[in-house]
Ligand binder design. Structure first.
Ligand code: AMP
Length: 116
């Protein structure tokens, strides 16, 4: 079964795609938690970071280049942004198609809430 993100990559279901090439696709998160919330995904399915192989290195590196370009495109390169990848249950991964969150457009606060 293709993941929901594979269906977005193939344009079988709607999404607000902001960038696409032969390796990666970037689109708006459907439930944004910041004024800018983009997901950058490899076009081919990799379930989690645990499933990454050396063959994926070029694509994963390219995701950072695209993140930088999209941040510039959306006007948050200078103000700043956060790139985040969740892996499995403790990180709250919901969609098992590796994706990088690009978050910005406001001060994002500390990376994690403290549990004191
Ligand atoms: P994660 O918790 O890292 O797996 O994040 C999954 C993200 O995918 C969440 O922020 C969801 O809001 C987002 N998401 C789920 N379905 C869609 C969709 N159809 N289009 C855009 N974003 C989605």
């Amino acid at each position: 079964m293709p993941t929901i993100f594979s269906k977005i990559v193939a344009r079988e279901i709607p999404a607000e795609i902001v960038y696409q090439d032969d390796r990666v696709t970037a689109f708006k998160d459907i439930h944004p938690i910041a004024p800018v919330h983009i997901l950058i995904v490899p076009n081919h399915e990799i379930a989690t970071v645990n499933d990454v192989t050396p063959d994926d290195e070029q694509t994963l590196g390219h995701m950072f280049v695209v993140a930088k370009q999209v941040a510039q495109q959306l006007g948050i390169a200078d103000s700043g942004y956060r790139l985040l990848v969740n892996c499995n249950a403790d990180a709250g991964q919901e969609v098992f198609h590796l994706h990088m969150h690009l978050l910005g457009g406001r001060s994002l606060g500390p990376m994690l809430a403290r549990r004191d």
